[in-house]
Design a protein around this ligand. Sequence first.
Ligand code: PBG
Length: 339
Amino acid sequence: MVRMNYSARFPYARPRRLRQSDWIRRLVRETTITPGDLIWSLVVHEGERDEIPVSAMPGVSRLSVAACAQAAKRARNLGIPAIAVFPFIDPAKKDAAGREALNPDGLVCRAVRAMKEAAPEVGVMVDVALDPFTDHGHDGLLRDGRILNDETVSVLVEQALIQVKAGADIVAPSDMMDGRVGAIREALEREGHQDTLIMSYAAKYASAFYGPYREAIGSGKLGAGSVANPGDKRTYQMDFGNADEALREVALDVAEGADMLLVKPGMPYLDIVRRVKDAFALPTFAFQVSGEYAMIMAAAQNGWLDADRAIIESLTAFKRAGADGVVTYFAPKAAEMLA
Ligand code: PBG
């Protein structure tokens, strides 16, 4: 804890002295955001069109594989260290088991190869989860309306290995199955991928803030119907009322071999970022998710706030809360502003 040793009182102590002009404000600023703190989340699609706008996320488009390669070069030029890629899978390729996730020539693998070829200096992070590939939209396998944890983990291990063979530098399990980090780590070691990083979505909450992402990657309504499958992801993603549980989730993932931790969503969960960082002192990231992006852009389009200022303020807030970096759809725009 900081010791508050204010012996001076007003008028000798005047905190506004430190705010009187830009030079002194810059000099005493405790937290800054730089392009080096950003992971650019983007969506890739199968088609030839370079960009297909996502209506719920003004300014974000699904990119073709070729456009992803250009994006990687843009990231390099802007000083953005890494890109996280999410796929919009052709609905005709989806099934209940998400088999397309295991296609070594599938969309994610092609995008990874194209990006690593275009800009090998830029890190590429891939999502490990089945939701873009399943027709029911869940992150795992379903039987009789229940998510099958251990069977799902076996598939996720295969998915991770395929993506790593395509060139992914970081695998990021976002599925919230129990035991998947350890299983993936063991497989990576066994197959000679000891340098592959795991960024675990260690504390991922069942959240309304993922709404626009469903349009972005084209994952449908979750099939509702039973107690175990109530049409949302609450049997595997965390309850938003819980914070101690986040520390237990993180502890497990750290023990299983996670290199980096992710808290998701971002801004409503800054307390979790702070607690995770304080408790584990590991590289800790926050995901400024689709709904957070959409809120800022929608308000800005209505003239209700200044998007540029809100973007920099929100990104700085993540770092102030203890995050080492932020996964964000704003990455290129923010990096341009910060240049
Ligand atoms: C699913 C996944 C989700 C996001 C990233 N990976 C959605 C979900 O868990 O339902 C959300 C990203 C965003 O909202 O920006 N594996």
